[in-house]
Design a protein around this ligand. Sequence first.
Ligand code: ADP
Ligand code: MG
Length: 232
Amino acid sequence: FNNELERSEKMEIISELAASVAHEVRNPLQVTRGFLQLLSEKSLNEEQIYMSMALSELDRASNIITDFLTFAKPEFETISSLNLFDEFKHIESIMQPLCHINGGKMILDVSGQLWVKGNSSKFKQAFINIIKNSIEAFSEEGFIYMSVYGEDDKVIIHIKDNGEGMDADVLHRLGEPYFTKKNKGTGLGLMVTFRIIEAMQGEVRFTSKKGVGTESITILPLAEAPDDSYSL
Ligand code: ADP
Ligand code: MG
């Protein structure tokens, strides 16, 4: 038991540290990127090659931060009852612009009084990584359908896209660290998602068909409404 406690304290310290580092590192990355971009517009051809390599390495660094710590704040992680309507409305508002830019539509269907226990930042990170993949898989007229409902003592979350889909060999490797089929992929997004959902005592399953689309189904234990909540 002592070891368990020590381990979880260490994990908390590590995650707080990681959040601070991400927070501090993101700004200088952005600033450097801006200067490089300016310089590259004024450079000779051969110099531009190095500039564009440098830019794409900077992007890689910030993509890694995005997959891990989009919302991480440099403070200890709080676990509370999360209202799924609020969480998914927020997730939708964050992802809607990216979805639009890529020519897609997003539909959210979420019932009102559903709660799960967890950390709000991590919960959002888990689903943003799934939705980002859907957007990146868009072909023409992309579509993402998200539905969230309760069933007995569980909450079921479907995220379905009509993107390029995956073959069985890709499907089996989802969540493996550094596994990516993309040029600029980190291969970390779904690993992070799986870890977060597992830590919440839930599970995520994917089904997919090449050329048709992909669906993820996440099952989480339903939590009780917090004392200070009320329904209309
Ligand atoms: P990354 O997005 O950086 O490649 P992920 O862990 O998020 O890493 O995803 C791993 C791989 O799984 C992707 O490169 C892609 O091939 C595949 N994948 C995940 N989600 C989808 C999806 N919705 N549609 C098609 N392929 C997907
Ligand atoms: Mg991804």
